[in-house]
Ligand binder design. Structure first.
Ligand code: NAD
Length: 232
């Protein structure tokens, strides 16, 4: 049974992805900031990349080596650039990208040795089309595009695929924290399909990308955004 580590799966997209993949027969290890008393779960703060090593060591000892890594944990920060604080810049970059980059360095040696691996990065449509007052968030997410392409090339001969998914607005606690009711309705107005993406749609795409059927898809970014990336 393939083993999956999915970061940031105490809520939102990650939680639904964990449930979906568990139902599909995978063995799942979950993380989140919340303390939860459940099996195969570690509460860990990924705003410090050194904690990625603690996470990897814990997972290896208590769950085993990882076949599939879903780099999902992330946070949103909406602020004009001249109001950004250095501590926030470091925190959001660490949480959204650097800790996951480091975690990937730790899981890849086993994948190479095992000649199998799947890495899926949850980026964002904000990194594809840009979002005013979200330059930091967008930068942490577009970092995944160069990362995915380069790593896909490096690992192709080992039967390891690396891809990104860029969701548009998904209805989760992150969105609910970022938008009030009025902003939600304004946001719906500019989404071509006039709807938020459901977390299960992201979960099903992850399920496909890690399947044997998708073994030829690597180094790609897939926009799952209800049309947001198509222009206006
Ligand atoms: P969410 O707030 O519901 O869940 C985020 C998860 O990440 C939680 O488990 C949380 O504990 C974890 N997390 C956040 N910061 C962390 C940190 N510093 N250390 C450890 N864990 C941390 O959000 P979501 O909407 O499910 O978002 C999941 C991913 O999808 C994020 O990377 C987000 O940027 C991305 N995304 C979300 C949307 C959206 O509209 N919701 C759109 C595009 C991309």
């Amino acid at each position: 049974m393939k083993k999956i580590l999915i970061t940031g799966s105490s809520s939102g997209i990650g939680k639904i992805a964990a449930e979906t993949l568990k139902s599909a027969g995978y063995k799942i290890f979950q993380t989140g900031r919340k303390k939860l008393d459940v099996e195969n779960y570690l509460s860990i703060d990924l705003s410090d990349p050194k904690n990625a090593f603690e996470l990897y060591t814990f997972v290896k000892e208590n769950f085993g080596e990882i076949d599939v890594l879903i780099n999902n944990a992330g946070e949103y920060l909406y602020s004009p650039i001249d109001k950004m604080k250095l501590d926030d810049i470091i925190k959001v970059f660490n949480s959204n990208f650097l800790s996951h980059y480091y975690l990937t360095t730790l899981v890849v040696p086993y994948m190479k040795q095992n000649k199998f691996g799947r890495i899926v990065n949850i980026a964002s449509i904000s990194g594809v089309v840009g979002e005013a007052n979200a330059s930091l968030y967008a930068a942490t997410k577009s970092a995944y595009y160069g990362f995915s392409k380069s790593l896909a090339l490096e690992l192709a001969e080992f039967n390891i695929t690396v891809n990104s998914i860029s969701p548009g607005w998904v209805e989760t606690p992150l969105t609910n924290g970022a938008l009030n009711e009025e902003e939600k309705s304004e946001t719906l107005d500019i989404i071509p399909q006039k709807r938020f993406i459901e977390p299960v749609e992201i979960a099903n795409l992850i399920k496909y990308l890690i399947s044997n059927e998708a073994k030829g898809i690597t180094g790609q970014n897939i926009n799952l955004c209800a049309g947001l990336s198509c222009g206006c």
